[in-house]
Design a protein around this ligand. Structure first.
Ligand SMILES: NC(=O)c1ccc[n+]([C@@H]2O[C@H](COP(=O)([O-])OP(=O)(O)OC[C@H]3O[C@@H](n4cnc5c(N)ncnc54)[C@H](OP(=O)(O)O)[C@@H]3O)[C@@H](O)[C@H]2O)c1
Length: 235
């Protein structure tokens, strides 16, 4: 039976590579919704992907700020009306603005929580309210959610929340046959990593394709045999 996937933060980095892998996978995915904010990068990468995905796979555009709850709910409504049930939800969009405690702007802390925590929660709850039956939900946390580091207060706090929120989702949603996977990548060569570690040489660390490959595995039959207590992916 053909399946539908929704990937947030699909305009670049781990999300983009995840869409690429899912389109080419043998998971019977025929529709993939790419959620991110409108940007030139989104348009360019969407066009590139459209040209390369196998025949029979449809890519669906959905540009929205996942940190804007009202806009996100409207987007969920649109997407659900257009594609129907979401079998695989990849909550991958993420935001960080690392600064020392003294410089944390409260509005920015709220924004971090809105994008990284309320966004995934809203997607899951709003889809459940519409009768959606998820097969697998993947929440992308971070090793920063397990151990804090100087300057990463808002990001670490948000990712710790993702790890624990995922445990509750896993426990509550198993009666619906839903698997909830929490993945915590370590250092991965993306734009977000450049914000966290501007001086690092990206060629020396994990690439987004590697994380995407693990996500694909977790969605498939092998995934159910992996311990799903916050799976750490790092070099
Ligand atoms: N790279 C690492 O070292 C690392 C390590 C651990 C965990 N992670 C996590 O991996 C996930 C993916 O990040 P990445 O490393 O692949 O970084 P990235 O290349 O910078 O991608 C981040 C994605 O999130 C989207 N996004 C950010 N804010 C958004 C918003 N308000 N609304 C909608 N989409 C938004 C971005 O899209 P637009 O900006 O175009 O909207 C982009 O598609 C994040 O959750 C991140 O925290 C990354």
């Amino acid at each position: 039976m053909s399946k539908t996937a929704l990937v947030t933060g699909a305009s670049k980095g781990i999300g983009l590579e995840t869409v690429r892998r899912l389109a080419a996978s043998d998971l019977d995915i025929t529709t993939i919704v790419l959620m991110a904010r409108a940007s030139d990068a989104y348009d360019e990468n969407f066009a590139t992907l459209e040209a390369e995905v196998p025949a029979g796979v449809t890519l669906v555009r959905e540009t929205v700020d996942v940190g804007d709850r009202e806009a996100l709910i409207a987007a969920i409504e649109r997407v659900y009306a257009q594609v129907g049930n979401i079998d695989f939800l990849i909550n991958n969009a993420g935001y960080t603005n690392p600064v020392p405690i003294h410089q944390v702007d409260f509005a920015d802390f709220e924004r971090t929580i809105a994008v990284n925590v309320y966004g995934p929660f809203t997607l899951v709850q709003e889809l459940l309210h519409r009768g959606n039956r998820f097969e697998v939900i993947v929440n992308i946390a971070s090793t920063a959610g397990i151990g804090g580091r100087s300057g990463w207060l808002t990001y670490s706090a948000s990712k710790a929340a993702v790890i624990n929120m995922s445990e509750v989702m896993r426990d509550e949603l198993k009666i619906f046959g839903t698997r909830v996977v929490c993945l915590s990548p370590g250092r991965t060569a993306t734009d977000l990593r450049k914000v966290l570690a501007p001086d690092e040489d990206p060629s020396t660390i994990m690439q987004p394709q590697h994380v995407a490959q693990v996500i694909e595995t977790m969605l498939g039959p092998t995934g159910q045999y992996v311990d799903q207590q916050n799976v750490i992916v790092r070099q």
